[in-house]
Write a new protein. Sequence first.
Length: 255
Amino acid sequence: MASSEVKKGDARHSIRIKLYPNYLPKAEGKYISRTHNQKKMSIEAVCKELKNRTSYEGDYNSTVKAVKAYFDEAIYQICNGHSVNTGFFTIHVKVGGTFNSKRDSHDSGKNPLSARFRVLHELLRIMNETEVEIEGVADTNGYIDEFFDAHSQTTNEEISGSNQFFITGDKIKVVDDGNNPGCGIYFVDTKDPSNRRKVTSFLIENSPSKVIGLTPMLIAPANYRVEVVTQFNGSSNTFLKQPKTLVSDFELAIK
């Protein structure tokens, strides 16, 4: 049987989720969900899976080159006002804002450009066939949801030394009772945990759901996880007896 075939009765697609307390005002339901251990895949990673998972016989390097060339050309056409149909979704550019007269010139501040996606039938069909596995309620001690790097303008993907970052999540406020100087935000090398860099600059914002600061200088190209070490207990009046460590599910690449 070819590796791309699927056994009868098996789900072809499956997404794992964990449940988190729902703090949204007036929203129904006790929990909201987030995908668990979701990873962002590059073109190279997708092409590698294509070779390993299916019976595809094309050359890996040629496939990566062709896919990159396709996207380069597709973006070129999109930014020339065309709509590209991939078979699964369409993409086009929209100019926002308003104009006062036909003599107005385009202002990138007032009339920002944005990419618009429209999901097509085939992708909707595949999503409707996807199984969702609930892996239980997430740790209520808190969690790291997203890391936004201001330099690369990416979320949960890249990290830039000496640049501003935004971390969002739940119960991530960095506090200590005065006896635990190890509390703070760290970037830990996934292959060499001894390469552990702490944020030493003043935190611009430090709240239970958002922390803003400056990334320390990270020299060696590597993948890092974000760690928040804190005694925050959900209240400004009490501290945990021992610090807790929250670790990101995602990895950040330094380039």
